[in-house]
Design a protein around this ligand. Sequence first.
Ligand code: NAD
Length: 321
Amino acid sequence: MASPTLKLNSGYDMPQVGFGLWKVDNAVCADTVYNAIKAGYRLFDGACDYGNEKECGEGVARAIKDGLVKREDLFIVSKLWQTFHDEDKVEPITRRQLADWQIDYFDLFLVHFPAALEYVDPSVRYPPGWFYDGKSEVRWSKTTTLQQTWGAMERLVDKGLARSIGVSNYQAQSVYDALIYARIKPATLQIEHHPYLQQPDLVSLAQTEGIVVTAYSSFGPTGFMELDMPRAKSVAPLMDSPVIKALADKHRRTPAQVLLRWATQRGIAVIPKTSRPEVMAQNLDNTSFDLDSEDLAKIADMDLNIRFNKPTNYFSANKLY
Ligand code: NAD
């Protein structure tokens, strides 16, 4: 099963169904990437912050060495962490991330969050995370604007280190601003998007401006349960929702496939994560059926406007949750 592709405004084709790499343990990461390639995934969504780019690179290198794929068959996505927003820090950290992946260009490189943190030298701590001292102190940068960071991202394209560039976790105003100052338009906007957080106006704004939307955390609270996040436990898992289960029965699919199809059918890319090969195949196979307008209306009614991936959810009494 191969994923359909979406055309980016940079001219490149991006697989619509990819594989997410957040919270993939270092110990199993190389095998997970290898197995996902075997299952048919071609897009991998990584980040400096996930702390597993070396292992991702090992999985990719092994798959290429074994003849499963060539580099050009893959679409590798990574992200700029917030401590590297200063103009002179963007290229060096991108080169380090590329070296970890054992590749010489990213297909897509994203600004991870629209807020700069003070620089932390990688020799002090890598990945740096949110806290300046590694324990408790968040230090917002008082000097670097998103426009300056975007200029440095554009230079990555000029130098061939990234084929396309995009943004993540931007809301409407930061997207509008970027459209004013960008020499190279963001190709994608990656956002939290599931039936409990639908953000219809933001999705419509991006799509109208020719920016492809990628949904992350398509299963809503499930991915955040792994972090023991109280907010995630405060709502019912989406896969247990009577509405989603009824639609899964109606279309003879799984609740996960319904949740993914709800996004892909509306032109949105998805990047689900799992370590189980049989589930990898199931998630990849979400584009061979259609929900009808009644089904879509039922899911539209489920919006709670509840956000799990909010920076302040991670800063409580110096505890990550
Ligand atoms: P997700 O929504 O993909 O959910 C993952 C959880 O669902 C795991 O516990 C997994 O075991 C379970 N699961 C997966 N497939 C299943 C299936 N078919 N049936 C039952 N359970 C299933 O979670 P996520 O990791 O939060 O998001 C996916 C990816 O999005 C991440 O790995 C990352 O690449 C990206 N992401 C980006 C940002 C960002 O700030 N840009 C933030 C969060 C996630």
